[in-house]
Design a protein around this ligand. Structure first.
Ligand SMILES: C[S@@+](CC[C@H](N)C(=O)[O-])C[C@H]1O[C@@H](n2cnc3c(N)ncnc32)[C@H](O)[C@@H]1O
Length: 335
């Protein structure tokens, strides 16, 4: 079992693959995890989402299926592998402490990598709010004989989690997001954890940027049909809305996250629309150093269409703010 996991990990990290080959490899990984964990994705306890007051924690079945987002899975694994190696080079004698916030049923973004490092090099704390996922994770790590890499497994809401200040993590992994930072609690989690970590902690993703942009829905249709070479020609960036990165969440007073919640900006719609007929959210994710997920590479970075535009909207101004509520999202209103 462990050798199958190691084989898939090697291929994901080292081999040149086409999209379909990568998808098949991720399907193999998903099947292997299902087989060893005994996790049943069909039952209602697995499919149920958990509503939180800062976003939704998607059910274990859907968290498991994130594996099949193949560009995401491969790039996260490459990014985390590089980050671990860099920390080992710097720290040498002490093990790299990893906090995996929202690990899901298999801790997909670290479990494969554990086959590459010795147990004295990495110690992981796993957190998830979903008991189905936590039970499945325990079974998974046991089946692959990876339990010696566990520091702690916590069944809790990350937003309630208080770190031990004497043992702050070297790397935080968190992928609790959807395109446009909507619905899931990534923003709240980054703000909460960002205010507790040490200066040298690396967050993966390192930066999540959302811009407001214009989209030409006819060109976008051609892109979907495979008839458009230059995908970026169907969008035009207008205004930066939010860049979630360490410098921002470390500068925010941990008791005053509200200042961030009410963060506001304006979008000026151009007078000439040149065929653009939608306002959209454009999400780009810098995972680690030069590894990033750019537009359309993953469902996480697909442009989110918000408002239809016609001649009446040309030249108008929109007010935007990010609402950090149970349904996190950007709210747009014409002024
Ligand atoms: C999008 S899934 C990602 C699963 C896995 N880490 C991956 O990348 O394949 C997000 C996970 O985060 C968990 N989660 C979301 N919000 C949480 C919170 N506030 N506290 C604890 N876990 C949370 C969900 O239960 C879910 O398992």
């Amino acid at each position: 079992m462990k050798s199958s996991l190691a084989g898939i990990t090697y291929s994901l990290l080292n081999e040149e693959k086409s999209g379909i080959e990568l998808l098949n490899l991720c399907r193999d990984l998903h099947s292997l995890f299902l087989e060893v964990s005994g996790f049943d994705p069909e039952i209602k306890e697995s499919t149920a989402n958990i509503k939180l007051n800062r976003g939704t924690a998607i059910g274990s079945t859907w968290a498991a299926m994130c594996i099949l987002d193949f560009n995401r899975t491969q790039k996260f694994l490459k990014a985390i592998n590089n980050a671990i190696k860099d920390k080992i080079d710097i720290q040498q004698n002490s093990s790299v402490q990893i906090l995996y916030a929202g690990c899901g049923p298999f801790a997909t973004l670290i479990t494969p990598l554990l086959t590459l490092f010795r147990e004295d090099q990495i110690k992981c704390t796993f957190i998830d709010i979903n008991p189905v996922s936590i039970e499945s994770l325990r079974n998974t790590l046991k089946a692959f004989d990876l339990e010696s890499y566990i520091q702690k497994i916590e069944l809790c809401d990350i937003l309630e989690y208080q770190m031990n200040p004497l043992n702050s993590p070297d790397i935080v992994i968190c992928e609790t997001l959807q395109a446009g930072l909507r619905k899931e609690p990534q923003v709240a989690i980054y703000l909460h954890l960002g205010s507790q970590v040490k200066e040298s902690t690396t967050f993966i993703p390192e930066k999540i940027e959302v811009h407001a942009g214009l989209l030409d829905s006819n060109l976008d249709y051609k892109r979907m049909m495979g008839e458009l070479k230059d995908h970026e020609s169907c969008i035009q960036i207008l205004t930066p809305l939010l860049a979630l990165e360490k410098s921002i969440y470390q500068s925010i007073d941990k008791h005053h996250h509200d200042s961030y919640i009410h963060f506001e900006t304006k979008i000026f719609i151009p007078q000439e629309l040149h065929g653009f007929d939608r306002i959209c959210l454009l999400t780009k994710i810098k995972l680690y150093q030069d590894i990033e997920l750019t537009y359309w590479e993953s469902p996480l970075t697909i442009p989110v269409q918000l408002i239809s535009l016609g001649p009446e909207q040309a030249g108008q101004v929109l007010k935007v703010h990010f609402e950090l509520s149970s349904e996190p999202e950007f709210n747009l209103k014409f002024l």
